[in-house]
Design a protein around this ligand. Structure first.
Ligand code: DC
Length: 226
């Protein structure tokens, strides 16, 4: 399928399979995939390691903001990096998952991440997933998708993913974390998770990846006549 030079913005709840879907779209259409959550997770790992967030999630905003100005966080072929250290494994841990939503409420952190994300937007042919891509980062994206799925199904999928990586995953703990993140992400003051008016909803509770690819190809064919 010959897809035109567009930006595809994918937002939605935690563990709805946004990044898996975005990666396959990127592969199939020769687009660049960008995982905005990885930058929030990277900023969170940095905040934990440098002591800018305490166990009870009190954040030293001024200190973190200052330190972020010289933080070299970027993507390489093996994923997110801080300097030359690959942080892919650490940013997917439960320790980071438990603190990332509070960190992502901080406007200074959002500014830092948004600036990096928009640099990528100068190019077209990108697919980016997150929580505010269609509403804030790329409000002019040509195709916006908002993903959702049944909570129990999401918790099962996330737990299976963690177990596959050899991590422990208690389903109730995973579900609690998902719901807490959804709540914080949807209720924060700056750029809360919400469906852009012109986004198309995809509930993939009972869809395979093949079903989802068929679905998006149908939408692209209809909208862009290709
Ligand atoms: O997509 P993810 O689960 O890796 O994202 C981790 C957290 O980062 C998520 O709970 C909220 C935050 N996030 C955000 O606020 N805005 C984005 N565009 C992407 C992620």
């Amino acid at each position: 399928m010959q897809v035109p030079d567009i930006i595809i913005a994918i937002d939605g709840y935690s563990s709805t399979g946004k990044s898996s879907f975005a990666k396959i779209i990127a592969n199939e259409f020769s687009f660049l995939y960008l995982d905005s959550g990885a930058l929030y997770r990277g900023a969170t790992l940095f905040a934990i390691e440098e002591g800018f967030i305490s166990d009870d999630c009190t954040i030293d905003v001024a200190g973190l903001d200052k330190a972020l100005q010289s933080l070299d966080i970027h993507f390489e072929s093996d994923g997110a990096h801080i300097g030359d250290r690959c942080i892919e494994k650490e940013i997917r841990s439960l320790a980071v998952a438990e603190k990332v939503s509070p960190i992502a409420t901080v406007p200074e952190v959002r500014n830092f991440v948004d600036k990096k994300l928009r640099e990528f937007g100068r190019m077209k042919r990108i697919v980016m997933d997150g929580r505010d891509i269609g509403t804030t980062v790329f409000p002019d994206a040509e195709l916006k998708i908002f993903m959702t799925a049944d909570t129990d199904i999401r918790a099962e999928r996330r737990a299976a993913e963690m177990r596959a990586k050899g991590e422990e995953a208690d389903i109730e703990t995973v579900k609690k974390n998902l719901l807490e993140r959804d709540y914080i992400d949807s209720h924060r003051e700056t750029s809360p998770l919400s469906k852009a008016e012109d986004a198309i909803v995809l509930d993939n509770s009972h869809m395979t990846m093949e079903d989802q690819m068929e679905w998006i190809k149908g939408i692209i064919a209809e909208r862009f006549g290709c």
